[in-house]
Design a protein around this ligand. Sequence first.
Ligand SMILES: Cc1cc2nc3c(=O)[nH]c(=O)nc-3n(C[C@H](O)[C@H](O)[C@H](O)COP(=O)(O)O)c2cc1C
Length: 289
Amino acid sequence: MDALLGHDERYEMADEFTGLVHKLWASWDADALLADKDTGTYVDHTKVHVVDHVGTYFKVRGPLNTLPPPQGSPVICQAGSSERGREFAAKYAETILAVPTGLERMKEFRDDIRARMEMYGRNPEDCKILFIAEPVLGATEAEAQDTWARMNEPTPANIERGLMGMSTVTDIDFSQYALDQPLPTDLSTNGHQSSLKNFYTYGATLQDVAMTWLHHYADESLVGTPDQVADRMAEMMEFIGGDGFLISGPMSRHYISQVCDGLVPALQARGLTRTSYTHEHLRDNLLEF
Ligand SMILES: Cc1cc2nc3c(=O)[nH]c(=O)nc-3n(C[C@H](O)[C@H](O)[C@H](O)COP(=O)(O)O)c2cc1C
């Protein structure tokens, strides 16, 4: 492609694509595979169906040229919460990655997706909405607060990393604006529209916005000992209505061990996360908990 397609048109294309791959995954009946060595028959061809899709963006005869995957279809994960993104998610997503935006808006987002799913004839329980979270953990509360304070130091390198991330997802060059001024009010993007909308809630000046962006998965209330953070995560989910978090953060061995050896056992002790997998496949495990 010579240029990026328009924002909503990309979702139109994704919509047609996802509908089409679902048709392909469904093009083999469950008992189509014979693998009969005696007769040399691999499949019962009457149980494998031509798709004959002719759409705006794709033209596919089908059927799927391989066996459908063990779950029938892979789990569909979506991210991006613009109006068009929400609509796409409600139609197809089985799990959604969502950016934390404060409890009220997080609850509104989940309620909205569930209502839209019902309009598509789907059961809202068939999609797990996972808010991205970056807990800041320490053996003591003071240690965690120290880490949090360091993360938020507006050093030139931190500010630049913030601006860089903001520019990456919006294709707007934020280095052209003054750090001590508010964001221009007339910005628009063909990139992440929901992210740009969030920037306007991140602080009074561009520098504040950049520093908030840098740790926008972190939340001041998720700073503390594993027990404190686990309690807070429970409170947040109680308010939002359910589903869960997807933990993000610095991919260091230290952080992974703080989460896996500290936070996860604290969550398990409260019955808030599993201690083993019940099912063989991702979808069943995801929807179970
Ligand atoms: C938290 C988050 C994670 C994302 N991860 C991916 C990804 O892994 N792959 C990808 O192609 N796009 C990813 N995107 C981009 C979205 O799929 C989408 O193109 C973009 O967010 C547009 O969002 P909008 O609907 O808010 O305008 C991600 C977006 C968000 C907000």
